[in-house]
Write a protein that binds this ligand. Sequence first.
Ligand SMILES: *[C@@H]1O[C@H](CO)[C@@H](O)[C@H](O)[C@H]1NC(C)=O
Ligand SMILES: *[C@@H]1O[C@H](CO)[C@@H](O)[C@H](O)[C@H]1NC(C)=O
Length: 554
Amino acid sequence: MWHMLLKIALLSLALEQSSRCGAASTYNNPSSNARHFPSDFMWGVGSSSYQIEGGWNADDKGESIWDYLTHNNREKIVDQSNGDISADSYHQWRRDVQMVRELHVTSYRFSLSWPRIMPGGYMNHVSTAGIKYYSNLIDELLKYNITPMVTMYHWDLPQRLQELGGWTNPEIIPLFKDYARLVLEMYGDRVKLWTTINEPWHVCEHGYGVDYMAPSYNFPGIPAYLCGHNLLKAHAEVVHMYREQFQQRQGGRIGITVDTSWPEPKNPDSAEDREASERAMQFYIGWFAHPIFSKHGNYPKVMIERIRNMSKQQGFGSRSRLPEFTPEEIHRIKGTSDFFGINSYTSNLVTPNGHNNTGKFPIPSFNHDMGVVESQADVDWPGSGSVWLKVYPKGMYNLLMWIHREYNGPEMIITENGVSDRGGLEDYARVDYINLYLSAVLDAIEDGANVKGYITWSLMDSYEWKAGYTEKFGLYHVDFSSPERTRTPKISARVFGNICKTNTIDWSFRPKLNEEQLVASARLPAEEAAENGGARLKWSLALLLSVVLAWIHC
Ligand SMILES: *[C@@H]1O[C@H](CO)[C@@H](O)[C@H](O)[C@H]1NC(C)=O
Ligand SMILES: *[C@@H]1O[C@H](CO)[C@@H](O)[C@H](O)[C@H]1NC(C)=O
């Protein structure tokens, strides 16, 4: 027991020892005044089909690339799990809507599973059950005045289309358009807020460039750029179709959601590090946002030039690995988004990749092309339940201001932001995270950024891709061992609900577990309860230490 405690204490010390007095005191902001959001600010909570639905082969649903990956390459998933049942939202959707209502949000962002609607990816087979599932969900939300914000594609491609090469095959463009036309016909009378594709960078680089997300091609430097090229064209075709055939009649809006961490220059006084930060933004966000949101369209200049130069040096001849758009295509893609959807969770420190490939990236690869080395090794930012996610609210401010400047003040909706832990209901770390990130969002709004909404990730604990069920992002806890996948609000659900209801960050609102939560807490599976106890102890020690350290330093 003492051994354990000592270990935890040392761990906390390691995590917290470098807390600056300033940082430590802003991280617990009890003395700051309440802060208010504009009265028309949109509040939402998000989820995605594969992560929550389960029912992987219910009715006539087809196989997705995530079904395929998790069934055939279990070893790639941290806990060898899959989303076959997950939170079972295919059956528990009424309870989901109840939770959305409890949070006082005005919007619920969820995604449609393409293979649930078109099992083989083609329109020769449309699933009546699949169509009905989302129709019911949409009606239930509307019954309570909650705006459905619907993502057409959140990573679960029909496996059959992957066998054709997925997003690397230009055939995906008309196929995605057929699928989009069907869902616009089915739901567009009721859905007024659409996004085409969630996080293109993840779809392309993590799916095709490295062995990370399905389909796990692990083929660096070439197919990710083909994927991006087709994806941008498919997105643009769907937006044009919506504008020409649906928008006037249905009166909705459509956009895209891109994602990035904020690349903080490792040494803010170094021009090279600041350049690396700018280049990282152009490669992560600009790859997809520049063609759509910039004045002249097309890929960012730095991306075009660097990849062309490197392709030549690497012996690819005069054809760049980054495909070229024709002037007509540039024109057709430009302006195809009614708002700028942005997902962001964390920040990294960045510095240039040296001449000798200090980052040791494969050549060629996206990372080598970008020429930036990222790390979180020497930061004093608090951690989370995910190794990649550290808490640095200023990064959110910097990111929003960058987008504001770069793309001439677009309307922005934060479509995902949130933090993970390893379980339990007393998620005060999530409460702190949400308060602090929202405060950073308000700072950006006060400095002119046109941020119109904030959608937190996630409604409930769910299947966290390759992390399986080990990392929890939910405002609601899900008991994955119970047949009905019982959902219980965490502390953060009550705090976020209060923010949405009052349009205000109230730093002092830190409720304790209520009756319902205490009962549910007692029923947590043993290992999660232990995790929770450990985390609680760690946080208490961490807080104690930051207080002591702050006291010593100040
Ligand atoms: C690409 O190569 C050209 C010609 O050598 C050079 O002028 C330019 O600066 C290079 N661009 C980048 C971004 O490396
Ligand atoms: C790169 O490697 C070469 C050969 O090993 C060495 O001579 C050179 O100093 C290195 N350059 C840098 C910037 O580290």
